[in-house]
Design a protein around this ligand. Structure first.
Ligand code: ATP
Ligand code: MG
Length: 392
C-alpha cells in the first residue's frame, strides 16, 4: 500500500471565490519544492490527499515530509492509510495505527476513536464503529484508557469511497502559499531581524527577492558570505530566491563626508530605501520588506521611519514592528537563521554608525539635508552596479 498524505489547509478555506486559485498556487509550490518527484494531489474543502506516482522509497518519503513541513499554506498533515471498506481490514489497520501511536508516546496513554461515515450505506454506523474499534484497541493494549474529551491521541476512521485511517497530525507552517500576495523586496542585512521579517511575509503569501547593501572593504568578504548563507537558509522556505547585492561603499562614504555626523545613519538608510525603490520597480515587486522594529535603535523611531520611508512610495511591510528582541530571537532560532546571524562579521550600519545618531529628527530638516548635490548620481551608480545571485 502506498503512503497517502492527508493535507489540511487553513486560511485558504476562507478565500471565497479565490479559493481555487490559492489551492492551485499551493499545489504548484508543493510540486516545485518536490523537484521532479511526481505526485498527485486530490481532494476538496481544505482536505487533500497527496500520493506519489512513482516508486516510493525512504528518501522520497522524507522529501515529501520535509516539503509539507516547510511549505506555506499547509496547516498540518497526517500519514493516512487508504484501505477497502471491509471490517477486517479496518480493524487490522486501526490496531497498526494504535501500535504506532504507542511506540511514539508510550502505552499508558488515553485515546479516542473518531469514526465518521460519509458513506451512509456502510454498516455499522459511526457511533457503533467507534465503540467496536475502541474495544478492539483496549483488548489489545490493556494499559491504554479511553478519554473522549481530552485524549493523548485520536485515531480517525473515515468511511468515504474508501476507508481512511490516520492519527498523528504533523504541524505545518500555516499561512498562505508563496505568490498569493505578489512579490516583496526584502532588505536583508547580516543581522537577526531581517531574515525573520522575510520569513514572516513569505508566510503571508509573498514571494521574496532580497537586496543587500555591501560596503566592502569597510565590511569584510565574510560579511557578504554570511548574508549569502542567511539567504540560503531562508530559501528553504521559498520556491525561489534571488539576492541582489548593491555596491554601496561610495554612496556611504559620500554621505559620511557631506553631512552632519548625527545624520549619517538616517541619510544612509534613506539612500538604501531609495535604491530599494528602484530595484522594486525593476523586478516588479509590489512592496518593500524590512526587519525594522519600533524604537530598537535611533533609526527606527517613528520620526526616523517617517523620513527613511519617504524615499519610496511602495508600501513598506515591517512585520517585526511590535515584537520584542526576545520574540524575534525565538523565531530566528526556529527558522534556523539565528546561528548564522550571530557570526561576528560587521554590517555597514555598525561600521559607519556615529557616536550620537539623531533619535527624533525633524522631517523638514532631514528633507533639506537629503539635497546634497551629487547624492542622486551616487544612488543611480549604486543601483546600476547591482549584482544578482540566484540562491535557489
Ligand atoms: P539586527 O537588528 O539584529 O542587528 P537588522 O537586520 O534588523 O539586524 P538593523 O540595523 O536593525 O539590522 O536594520 C534595520 C533594517 O534595515 C534591517 O532589518 C534590514 O531590513 C535593513 N538593513 C539594514 N542594513 C542593511 C543592509 N546592509 N542591507 C540590507 N538591508 C539592511
Ligand atoms: Mg534590527
Amino acid at each position: 500500500m502506498k503512503t497517502s498524505y492527508l493535507i489540511k489547509t487553513g486560511e485558504i478555506n476562507l478565500k471565497g471565490d479565490n479559493k481555487k486559485l490559492f489551492e492551485k498556487k499551493l499545489f504548484n509550490n508543493i510540486k516545485y519544492q518536490l523537484d521532479g518527484l511526481r505526485v498527485r494531489i486530490k481532494g476538496n474543502s481544505g482536505r487533500f490527499y497527496l500520493e506519489q506516482l512513482d516508486e516510493e522509497t525512504t528518501e522520497t518519503k522524507r522529501k515529501i515530509e520535509k516539503t509539507l513541513l516547510s511549505v506555506f499554506g499547509v496547516v498540518g498533515y497526517s500519514i493516512a492509510r487508504k484501505i477497502n471498506k471491509n471490517m477486517n481490514e479496518i480493524e487490522e489497520t486501526v490496531l497498526e495505527t494504535a501500535a504506532e501511536a504507542c511506540s511514539d508516546a508510550g502505552n499508558s496513554l488515553s485515546f479516542k476513536i473518531n469514526a465518521k461515515r460519509a458513506d451512509k450505506s456502510f454498516k455499522p454506523d459511526s457511533y457503533e464503529l467507534s465503540c467496536i474499534l475502541g474495544k478492539l484497541v483496549l483488548d489489545k493494549f490493556p494499559s491504554l484508557k479511553v478519554d473522549v474529551n481530552n485524549p493523548d491521541f485520536i485515531i480517525n476512521v473515515e468511511i468515504r469511497e474508501k476507508a481512511i485511517i490516520y492519527s498523528r497530525v504533523f504541524k505545518g507552517q500555516g499561512g498562505l502559499p508563496a505568490g498569493a500576495a505578489g512579490k516583496g523586496l526584502l532588505l536583508l542585512s547580516g543581522g537577526i531581524d531581517s531574515p525573520v521579517a522575510g520569513f514572516m511575509m513569505a508566510k503571508r503569501g509573498c514571494t521574496i527577492e532580497a537586496i543587500h547593501f555591501d560596503t566592502y572593504p569597510y565590511t569584510s568578504e565574510q560579511s557578504k558570505e554570511k548574508v549569502i548563507s542567511i539567504a540560503e537558509k531562508l530559501s528553504e522556505y521559498l520556491p525561489s530566491l534571488v539576492l541582489h547585492i548593491v555596491p554601496f561603499t561610495e554612496t556611504q562614504i559620500f554621505i559620511q563626508q557631506n553631512c552632519m555626523p548625527d545624520e549619517i545613519t538616517l541619510l544612509s538608510r534613506a539612500a538604501m530605501m531609495n535604491i530599494a525603490h528602484f530595484q522594486a520597480e525593476k523586478i516588479r515587486a509590489n512592496s518593500i520588506i524590512t526587519g525594522e522594529c519600533l524604537s530598537q535603535v535611533a533609526s527606527q523611531t517613528a520620526e526616523s521611519l517617517r523620513f527613511t520611508g519617504s524615499k519610496t512610495d511602495y508600501p513598506i511591510l515591517r512585520p517585526l514592528i511590535g515584537l520584542d528582541k526576545e520574540e524575534i530571537i525565538i523565531k530566528a532560532r526556529e527558522i534556523g537563521t539565528y546561528d548564522i546571524s550571530i557570526l561576528p562579521y560587521m554590517d555597514c550600519c555598525s561600521v559607519f554608525a556615529p557616536a550620537r545618531p539623531l533619535v527624533k529628527p525633524f522631517f523638514s530638516k532631514m528633507k533639506k539635508s537629503w539635497e546634497i548635490p551629487g547624492l542622486e548620481r551616487h544612488i543611480i551608480k549604486a543601483f546600476e552596479g547591482i549584482e544578482s545571485i540566484n540562491i535557489r
